[in-house]
Design a protein around this ligand. Sequence first.
Ligand code: ZN
Length: 307
Amino acid sequence: MERLRDVLVRATACDGMVRCVAAITTRLVDEASRRHRTSPTVSAALGRTLTAGALLGSMLKDTEKVTILLQCTGPIGGITVEADARGNVRGYAKNPRVDLPLTEKKKFDVSGAVGGGMLYVLREADYYRTGLFRDPYCGSVPIVSGEIAEDVAYYLTQSEQIPSAVSLGVFVLPDEERFFRVEAAGGFLIQTFPGVSNDVIRDLEASILATPYVTEMIRQGMGPREILHTALGAYTFEILEEKELRFACTCSFERARRILAALDPEELRAMLREDGGAEMICHFCNATYRFDADDLRAVLLERDPTA
Ligand code: ZN
């Protein structure tokens, strides 16, 4: 099956009283799985969190970014995802290779991998883009289900006080070359604002409950518009924005070099002496930056031209 490109649609319904976002994230979740060589269970957990990041990212101002952090007690150890308003998403799991048997319903045991703990959401100005540093907005809730969609919905409803329904899904298929590949991933988010009538809330609850799994809809070839159409039932919506999504990291050789250059010269000399170079691995995208002895000497010379 030709996989749909990653795209997000943000819309509004019921005279602005209902906010809705839907996203296809198949390719970016597949890329994250490939980069981090995640197990199928972690692909599902990380993929759902990456999708949640894309959904929350769509509500940011252009220069902001959002971080979703699961500090959890389960074997996955933790998940960190960052997204911006322009469709860039990146993230990683602390223990990418942890795998668990499927549940009785033949689903990934994401809650078993995540366990308990805390879910944090941080919104802040993107320092690298704006050069501004402002105190970030940070909210948190205990992890109530570990399935991630329920936890993000609980966070939005409790911490941000906006009643929210969230659906997230990742579907993988066996693959000869890579053991498995992400065949479908995506999600949707529906929020109601104060003043919305009880009838609307009741209708939406019923239609969301009757909506198939998001991966099932994507595998049928449905895009974000069709997903929203299904989830909203009888209600029509107005599209505010449609944009592409991608797995993108902000790391670079130059940035890695700047981090290296900020280290204590004594530490740099020890690296040169003991390892003959240095290696830095980006947590977010697993890219490796190698600095050989000459690179390190050049960095040291910049720090201390008299040495
Ligand atoms: Zn990176």
